[in-house]
Design a protein around this ligand. Structure first.
Ligand code: SAM
Length: 260
């Protein structure tokens, strides 16, 4: 039902953002016990970082508002922008109770719409055409005056769907091309955040998949996060246990909080 009634862009449907948003809500319900400590830590750090609030607060990656203390943040800021590719019906209903809260349907990377325009051409794309898109900077100037900006468990997600779309549209893209584009998306987001006067970054430091045969697959974000120095706090989040994955794998994320 949410698939049919959620108002969102054609790109959010085509690239899989809507599918993912619905899946996250459902997984959060199934994995509530495993997710609870992570959600509590996230909410607590957001409130600690937001402090007394101000005129404008911005939450990037607000999603299903699982890790966002909506009422408390809404009470601290005159206006609170919740920014995400899309906002599910439950989120739209939840914000109605808070006059100062504004939902912004926005791609914080700026690559999704141009990528979608190029990807709908029939002929396969050359890597050079996509490199230009990934080198561009998103236009987030209306968010720059914010008193406080939070990036909420969004960082590691930024490259996933754009890179999948890029790989489909450009079969000649090499592993190195894809890694380069991933680097640009991650680095651009962190660079933009660093320029904000006050904020909070909640981000995966490392993702591990433990397979039943003992092999561990690791995605390490430390190279991007190292310049931020030690996190104020780090915790583990069991994203999915063996019952959830259904194939014996366990997916564990280590999450860090940086406040400035
Ligand atoms: C893991 S969820 C974060 C959890 C979320 N804070 C919650 O409580 O449900 C990542 C969120 O980032 C959003 N997202 C991913 N890429 C994005 C982009 N380019 N621009 C804006 N939001 C994006 C997704 O739609 C999703 O809601």
């Amino acid at each position: 039902m949410a698939w049919l009634i959620t108002p969102c862009s054609a790109e959010s449907r085509a690239f899989g953002y809507l599918r993912e948003a619905i899946a996250i809500e459902r997984r959060a319900r199934r994995c509530a016990a495993h997710w609870a400590p992570h959600l509590q830590h996230s909410r607590a750090w957001l409130l600690q970082s937001a402090g007394a609030g101000g005129a404008l607060g911005v939450v990037l990656g607000s999603g299903a508002l699982l890790d966002v203390p909506l009422a408390e943040l809404a009470a601290r800021f005159e206006r609170l922008y919740l920014v995400d590719m899309l906002h599910l019906p439950r989120v739209r209903r939840a914000v109605r109770a808070h006059a100062g809260v504004v939902l912004l349907e926005r791609d914080v990377t700026g690559v999704v719409a141009p990528l979608a325009r190029l990807a709908c051409r029939r002929a396969p794309l050359a890597p050079a055409a996509l490199a230009q898109i990934f080198a561009a900077h998103p236009d987030l100037h209306d968010l720059e005056a914010a008193d406080w900006v939070a990036s909420v468990n969004l960082f590691s997600q930024l490259p996933l769907l754009p890179l999948a779309a890029a790989a489909r549209a450009c079969p000649s893209a090499t592993e190195a091309d894809l890694l380069d584009w991933q680097d640009r998306l991650l680095s651009t987001h962190l660079a933009w955040l660093r320029q904000r006067r006050r904020g909070c970054l909640l981000a995966d430091v490392c993702q591990r998949t433990l397979r039943p045969d003992g092999v561990v697959e690791v995605m390490d974000y430390a190279p991007w996060l190292a310049p931020w120095g030690p996190a104020a706090a780090v915790w583990d989040w069991c994203l999915a246990d063996a019952a959830e994955t259904g194939d014996g794998r366990r997916i564990l994320h280590r999450v860090g909080a940086w406040c400035w």
